[in-house]
Design a protein around this ligand. Sequence first.
Ligand code: ZN
Length: 416
Amino acid sequence: MVKYQTVKNIFLIDVTNRDGVQTSRILLSKLAKTMMNVYLDEMGLFQSEIGFPTLKHEVNYINANLELAKKGVIGKMHLEGWCRAVKEDVELTFRNCPDIRHLNISISTSDIMIQGKFQGRKTWDDVLKSAVDSLKLAKYMGAETVGLNAEDASRTDVGKLIEFSLAAKENGADRFRYCDTLGADDPITIYQRIKKIAEATKFPVEMHCHNDLGMAEAVSVSGAQGAVESGVDAYINTTVNGFGERAGNCDLVSTILALKYSHGFAERVHLDERVDLKKSWKVARYASYAFGIPIPICQAGVGANAFAHESGIHADGALKDRRNYELYDPEDVGRVEPELLDTGRIITTGEYGGLKGFRHVYDKLGIHFTDDKEARKTLDLVQYANLHNQKPLTDDELKFIAENPEIVCKILTVTP
Ligand SMILES: [Zn+2]
């Protein structure tokens, strides 16, 4: 019998801006990554894995986002960088981004990867040493929190994962990330494995699960349950719309829905209370637009058909009482108002726009430029931002540019 009074919290760490964007054939501009961070913060997420501080083209974007956090534009959410658990990467991270305070560092732990990737250059003891050395260095260089990631954890012996997680705990890490890198776990295996690890270590666990068997959300919430039942906090890694390597990652909105409405979780699990499901529609729609990938029609909560009824029995039932065929309401996921589409005359601003059109667009957004120089400067930024995004700027993007001109300059700057 499970004692639910010991149940801990589940927090969400979104990895769209790292795992999502590193994926084949899908990409985000630096401005779009920034908007994602802003939306995820509004949604009450614990942390966003914002990118790769060791990668040159990410550096200005990351530093600019750290400034946004300092300014309070990104309020509470941790902005975290990802790098390999090797000392060179940690050093480079702090050289490139001295103000970064949250990191996840990653190394392969399975025999198959240690043999297949390191090809005899590293043993298990070398892996542990590299992880611990990098962790200590990250803390020494100013990291306030560090998650230690076991890549391919789902194909790693549980005993070794306990050793790895204890090494993380004893050397100042804040969490152990269990990566189901190949999406090989099922809800039962992951629950059992996480339970064993959490009971042996009493150390918080992050679930990082992929969707190769179509179970990313199921295994994530199951693993998290194993952790909280063992008396440690759990963290679930998500991506918006499930975008991620191969078949994708654990989808953010589906995960929140599962934790709030499923029979197994709703009463028993404490999801971080700051999480606001009502922001789902906004963040999912923006990600779809920015990535240029439609949301599947049957996507949980945010798909076009998530609240559609046509067949005789269903439509009749839903009309009599929506609870006959709906587990939750459109309003719960932020699908509140009908969206207006301009089909007549429209003035837009962008890459080749001039001052008149620019002023017209901003006036409609309620932003008025009294100073011509300021208007000119902002128009320049709008032109660059449009060039950078290669798609019409959204109202939120236009507002963001006007409110944070210096930071936007940095976000748009890449020095090859
Ligand atoms: Zn991944």
